[in-house]
Design a protein around this ligand. Structure first.
Ligand SMILES: [Ca+2]
Length: 169
C-alpha cells in the first residue's frame, strides 16, 4: 500500500513506532536495555562475534553461541543436543552460552561470562571440569558428567566459574 506522505500518515507511523518501542521495552533486561542494545554492547566489549538472530551472537564459526533472553525472566531455548551450556540464572534462565566443541581449556571470560554461571546443561558425551580463576591455584568448582544438568550450582560455586577443561571420549 502506497500512500502520499501527509501529517495524518506521519501520526499513524509515529503511533506504530511507539507500539514497537513499547514491545521492546517489554523485552528489556533488568538494566532497561533491549536485546539489541545488549548485543551491541557485547560485540563492542567482546569483539569477534557475528549477530545471527535478533537475540543471538555466534563466535568461532558457531562453536560458541551467546543467547540473550527475550525479556526479564524469560527462558531461552533448552541446551541443544550435542552442546553444553552455561546459564547466567538458576533454572536454566537468563543469558545462555552454548559450546559445540571438544577438548582443551576455554575461558568464559572471553565472552563476558566470568563469575556468572548459576546453572548448566551438558548434552554431550564429554566431561567438563569447571574452574574459578579468581584464586591461585585455580579451584575446581564442579564436574559436568555426560548427559547431566544442574538447575542450581549451589551457594559455594554460585557466580564463580571462569574457565573449563573439556575431556572428549
Ligand atoms: Ca571466578
Amino acid at each position: 500500500m502506497v500512500l502520499p506522505w501527509t501529517p495524518a500518515r506521519a501520526l499513524v507511523i509515529t503511533v506504530a513506532v511507539g507500539a514497537v518501542v513499547a514491545c521492546n521495552a517489554g523485552a528489556a533486561s533488568a538494566d532497561g536495555s533491549t536485546a539489541q542494545e545488549q548485543i551491541n554492547t557485547q560485540l563492542r566489549q567482546y569483539p569477534g562475534g557475528v549477530q545471527t538472530s535478533p537475540n543471538e551472537i555466534s563466535y568461532k564459526g558457531g562453536r560458541v553461541t551467546l543467547t540473550i533472553p527475550a525479556g526479564t525472566g524469560a527462558a531461552v531455548d533448552p541446551c541443544a543436543t550435542g552442546a553444553y551450556c552455561f546459564y547466567d540464572g538458576p533454572d536454566f534462565t537468563g543469558r545462555k552460552l552454548t559450546f559445540r566443541d571438544c577438548g582443551g581449556w576455554q575461558y568464559l571470560t572471553d565472552y563476558g561470562f566470568g563469575n556468572k554461571t548459576s546453572s548448566w546443561t551438558n548434552a554431550t558425551s564429554n566431561t567438563v571440569k569447571v574452574y574459578d580463576e579468581d584464586v591461585s591455584p585455580r579451584a575446581l568448582l564442579w564436574t559436568e558428567n555426560p548427559s547431566t544438568a544442574s538447575a542450581n550450582v549451589g551457594s559455594a560455586p554460585y557466580n564463580k566459574a571462569d574457565s573449563f577443561l573439556t575431556y572428549c571420549p
